[in-house]
Design a protein around this ligand. Structure first.
Ligand code: ATP
Length: 363
């Protein structure tokens, strides 16, 4: 039987592995306690950072409305950490986050802001937070964003992270906000390509997003019935892919699909280049499609809206309870928090059994 194992519990799709081992919220590894009793907390802020992910708006809505129900003022920071430095923050009321639940992207805006790595920049941003009497911050974002949250937590500011990225490369959570929607968009494209591939006896190389993580490619390839899957986590000889395509042609297949993660070596362009002089020998006519950013912008599905709502509610609860310096994610199907210190020491990898299964099924 093929099943995920390892220290992490089986994920939403039953398909990930976390290479971490720790006592969550135990007496030693537990999250930091707030300097002030939570009852005195009056004002918090929320930001979205890194790549946008479908479901981020549901997360913002939850933070604002739950914060208000706690009797707090909630400020929205524009454009991630850049907005924190530039003091681009506004109070948000319940009506300000109305009608956004079903919208992709993030109404707060996001930014890649490498300057956040500079301690002096963070010191200035911290001073801005204190000037505005912000007493707690919720950071909705992926790996880089949570590293930034950790850096701020190191300065003893109360920060809670919410796991959100379409890449699903964040450890200490089985799944992140946006993955499910992005996966379904990739799958729909793969299904459409299969239809046209069958009509013309073609092979399509489909490149999906995921940076250096092969999760989306693996899942899209498995769910889409790909003949071959290339992920950054596994070394592949392009000639083996050629052999797979020749084999599929010889077995009478009408089409073939190769799903490639953007961070794989080779990627789609590299694979096409590799076969430049020998395309005639593959049997199929070979084409490539790069899905790119179309995967990001989709309307969040039910799963991502619910995940965003649950994780963000969990983040507000942590702040209320005086817990900070932690990431809120899904562990064993439950909303759990993990110290950011632990997150910084762990990495996530794919389930290689599923890669093997995909090969077995591509007969
Ligand atoms: P996604 O993977 O979905 O794009 P992400 O959060 O991983 O999301 P990044 O662009 O890697 O996206 O990081 C977002 C922001 O987090 C960066 O622009 C930067 O402001 C901050 N950040 C990233 N890495 C660090 C770091 N090592 N130290 C401090 N801040 C960081």
């Amino acid at each position: 039987m093929i099943e995920a194992s390892g220290a992490g519990a089986k994920g939403h799709f039953g398909v990930y592995r976390n290479t971490f081992s720790f006592a969550r919220e135990g007496p030693r590894a537990g999250p930091r306690r707030c300097r002030m009793p939570p009852a005195f907390m009056k004002r918090i802020a929320v930001l979205t950072s890194g790549g946008d992910a479908p479901g981020m708006n549901a997360a913002i809505r939850t933070v604002v409305r739950m914060g208000i129900s706690e009797g707090w003022e909630v400020y929205g920071i524009r454009n991630g950490y850049a907005g924190l430095l530039e003091e681009r923050l506004d109070p948000l009321g319940a009506r300000d986050v109305g009608g956004i639940l079903h919208r992709g992207g993030t109404v707060l805006g996001s930014a890649r802001f490498p300057m956040w790595k500079d301690p002096d920049i963070r010191k200035q941003a911290l001073a801005n937070l204190l000037d505005h009497k912000i007493e707690g911050l919720i950071v909705i974002g992926g790996n880089g964003s949570q590293t930034g949250a950790w850096a701020l937590a190191q300065m003893d500011f109360p920060v809670v992270g919410v796991a959100s990225t379409i890449d699903n490369d964040l450890s200490c959570t089985e799944i992140t906000i946006g993955v499910d929607t992005a996966l379904n968009i990739a799958l729909e494209s793969i299904d459409r390509l299969r239809t046209t591939a069958s009509s013309h006896k073609r092979a399509f190389v489909v490149e999906v997003m995921g940076r250096n993580c092969g999760y989306l490619a693996l899942m899209a390839g498995l769910a889409g019935g790909a003949e071959a899957i290339l992920v950054p986590e596994a070394k592949i000889n392009p000639d083996d892919i050629g052999a797979d395509l020749q084999g599929a042609w010889a077995r009478g297949k009408q089409h073939a699909l190769v799903v490639v993660a953007e961070g794989a070596t080779p990627n789609a362009a590299g694979l096409l280049k590799h076969f430049e002089g020998s395309r005639g020998q593959l049997g199929f006519d070979l084409r490539a499609t790069i899905l790119g950013h179309v995967q990001r912008g989709g309307v969040p599905g039910a799963f991502d809206r619910l995940l965003a709502t649950r994780l963000s509610a969990g983040a507000v609860e942590r702040l209320r309870n005086g817990q900070y310096g932690c990431l809120v994610g899904l562990v064993g199907g439950e909303v759990q928090s993990t110290p950011l210190d632990v997150l910084m020491q762990t990495t996530k990898t794919i389930d290689f059994n599923l890669l093997k299964l995909a090969r077995v099924l591509a007969v």
